[in-house]
Design a protein around this ligand. Structure first.
Ligand SMILES: [Zn+2]
Length: 337
């Protein structure tokens, strides 16, 4: 103990320490013989917990936690553990049903039993919703959306189902709306047209469902912006990174000046790509851009026209020439609208 602390204080401190340093370990001691440390035996055969010194039964319901099999992880199918996977919050109930195994000595009886039980036992709703989750996963995978997005979409779908938020809409339309909103929530830019191609639900219907759902959920989804779309459009058009960067710069500048106010973020992105690709002598036709962005060529040209007339204000050519990738660029390379 440090000599600087006066005695009464020292005592107080020790007392305080003791108070906070209580032994929190719970130790099981035989109440009869009180031997420390106790010598307690688990008798799994009878399910008893027995004191090894005096033979007193301390507990009569213990669970055998040892495995009675050997698993060779990659060898054979499933781990025969008695507990299944963690409960899936996306499905109703606790999923603790017992399921008859399909495996037996090859007689085929188990398979039939499994089938019969499956028909009888599984909740019909659960089976439906499981199929829909599978569909959502497959759709999200096919346009390389992350698991985060597909999980969000599933959660949204569950809410819609549970709270009956979209009455009278087909499940396809609900799925499309859920994927759409999940994309917005996770800030992954996907256009209606892309979701439309994915789900084969008409664009108008997706829009209607999305709006209805947004209103019901009262979620604030981020507005899709041209910058987010740009990276995907540029990479689909095989444009190098410096062009992508310049496109983003142009979009920002156009926003500041309000050049393309009122145009959709998709057509803004498309028009900027068109202009920048010509400026850097790496041109992409309106047709190619229209295919990637999913807007019409006429829309791109109309937006491009506004950009072209304000090109001097939007792009500072002298600053750009400092960049090694764009030494001899000039506005003469741009096509006339
Ligand atoms: Zn004892």
């Amino acid at each position: 103990m440090s000599p600087q602390i006066p005695f009464p204080l020292r005592e107080k401190k020790a007392e305080e320490q003791q108070r906070f340093q209580q032994n929190l370990n719970v130790a099981l001691v035989c109440p009869d013989c009180r031997v420390k440390p106790p010598h307690i035996v688990e008798e799994f055969a009878s399910g008893d917990l027995v004191c090894g010194d005096c033979g007193l039964v301390l507990g009569d319901r213990i669970i055998d936690t040892r495995s009675e099999w050997r698993t060779f992880a990659n060898d054979e199918g499933d781990d025969p553990s008695r507990v299944g996977a963690a409960a899936n919050p996306l499905l109703d109930g606790d999923q603790l049903d017992t399921i008859i195994s399909r495996k037996d000595g090859g007689t085929g009886i188990a398979k039939t039993l499994n089938k019969v039980q499956g028909k009888q036992l599984l909740h019909k709703g659960d089976r439906n919703i499981a199929a829909i989750y599978k569909e959502i996963t497959a759709m999200c995978d096919s346009i390389s959306l992350s698991k985060l997005v597909s999980d969000t979409a599933k959660q949204l779908y569950k809410r819609v189902e549970d709270e009956k938020l979209l009455r009278g809409k087909s499940s396809d339309a609900i799925i499309a709306a859920c994927i759409c909103i999940a994309c917005r929530q996770e800030r992954v830019a996907r256009t209606f047209r892309e979701i439309c191609a994915l789900t084969r639900v008409p664009k108008k219907e997706i829009g209607r469902c999305c709006n209805a759902l947004k209103a019901k959920l009262q979620t604030s989804t981020s507005v899709m912006n041209s910058e987010d779309l740009m990276s995907r459009f540029c990479s689909n058009l095989q444009l190098p990174n410096y062009i992508h960067k310049s496109c983003v710069d142009l979009v920002r500048r156009a926003k500041e000046l309000g050049t393309l106010a009122g145009k959709s973020p998709i057509s803004v992105a498309a028009a900027c790509i068109y202009l920048v690709s010509y400026l850097f002598k790496n041109p992409r036709s309106t047709k190619d851009i229209a295919n990637v962005a999913g807007v019409s060529e006429a829309t791109i040209k109309a937006a491009y026209k506004s950009l072209y007339t304000e090109k001097e204000k939007l792009i500072d050519i002298n600053v750009m020439k400092d960049n090694p990738n764009c030494e001899n660029i000039s506005f003469d390379d741009l096509v006339l609208p």
